[in-house]
Design a protein around this ligand. Structure first.
Ligand SMILES: [Ca+2]
Ligand SMILES: [Ca+2]
Length: 307
């Protein structure tokens, strides 16, 4: 009588795993014929068939890489057992020993049990790479407009990734939020609209209006994402923003300096040039009059009188 292959023992190296993680599986297979191969078949889960190697004594073991496509929660790793007669089974249950027929027996009293489940862990979206953009160009700080100059607009962006679909990405924007919403989570967008440069690229953006005369301060903004299983980024991602009343610093931002400060730099250079030219003329005159340059300049007159 032909009997399908079955498994009588199944152990996992761990009870839970992240997607992308490796888990070691050891199985004892049983068949009335010899067993050709044993593998963990995750093709239906969007993964592949992970072959196990024959350790002898009916045991087979190997490493399974948990596919990114698996949903979080408890899963059973399906075991594919192929025997030398070409029969095969995909199993998620164990045949427990029978008091009548022993291990692997098919007797009326042989109970079955589920193999141990593996808990696929879920975490909230990973937030990274906070950026401040002004007119599409990355900047290091936010300049608060002087009173009377009107508000100015910046775009804040973060990158968000998750194994699962992301439902929403939000920022808690303190003084940069609309009035009265300092601690409200504001929804960011990834639809290519209103300051978001590229739709669906995982870079989430939000436009902020910087009101004139805001206090110059350092702000800690919070960002989080929530995935389709309602798992939230924990702890929240913090980004520090400097609010400044300084104009563009020509040393740290040479491109802006050329456009915004070109005329000022030119005036400074002209003044410097005049001073240096004047200095040069004075030194020539002093040297012609003879004597030590220090003496002529009056630098050590006091010292000479004492000696
Ligand atoms: Ca997730
Ligand atoms: Ca985007």
């Amino acid at each position: 009588m032909y009997r399908a292959p079955r498994i009588v023992d199944f152990t996992l190296s761990q009870e839970q795993a992240e997607r992308g993680e490796n888990v070691t599986v050891t199985i004892k297979a049983f068949d009335s014929l010899s067993i050709d191969s044993v593998g963990i078949d995750l093709i239906a889960e969007g993964g592949e068939l992970f072959p196990l190697t024959d350790d002898g004594g009916g045991y087979w073991s190997g490493v399974v890489n948990i596919p990114e496509t698996v949903s979080p929660g408890d899963i059973y790793l399906p075991v594919k057992v192929v025997d030398s007669g070409g029969g095969w089974s995909i199993l998620t249950h164990l045949n427990l020993p029978s008091t009548v027929a022993g291990v692997g027996g098919d007797a009326w009293d042989a109970p079955t049990a589920s193999i141990p489940a593996l808990l696929i862990e879920n975490s909230g979206p990973v937030i990274s790479d906070f950026q401040i953009l002004k007119d599409g160009v990355q900047v290091q700080e936010i300049i608060v407009p002087d009173v009377g100059d009107g508000a100015s607009t910046y775009v804040l962006t973060v990158n968000a990734t998750d194994h699962d679909a992301i439902t929403v990405v939000q920022g808690r924007l303190r003084m940069l939020a609309p009035v009265g919403q300092d601690t409200t989570w504001q929804t960011m967008r990834d639809d290519g609209q209103q300051g978001d440069e590229v739709a669906d690229d995982g870079v989430y953006s939000i436009q902020v209006t910087v009101r004139e005369g805001l206090p110059v301060d350092s702000l800690v903004l919070d960002f989080r994402g929530i995935d389709v299983y309602l798992q939230s980024t924990s702890p929240v991602f913090e980004a520090t923003v400097e609010l400044s009343d300084k104009e563009v610093d020509p040393l740290t931002n040479p491109t802006d300096a050329l456009s915004d400060w070109g005329s000022t730099v030119m005036i400074v250079m002209i003044i410097l040039g005049v001073v240096m030219l004047g200095g040069g003329v004075a030194i020539v005159v002093l040297m012609r009059r003879g004597g030590s340059l220090d003496e002529q300049l009056g630098l050590n007159n006091e010292f000479q009188k004492q000696s």
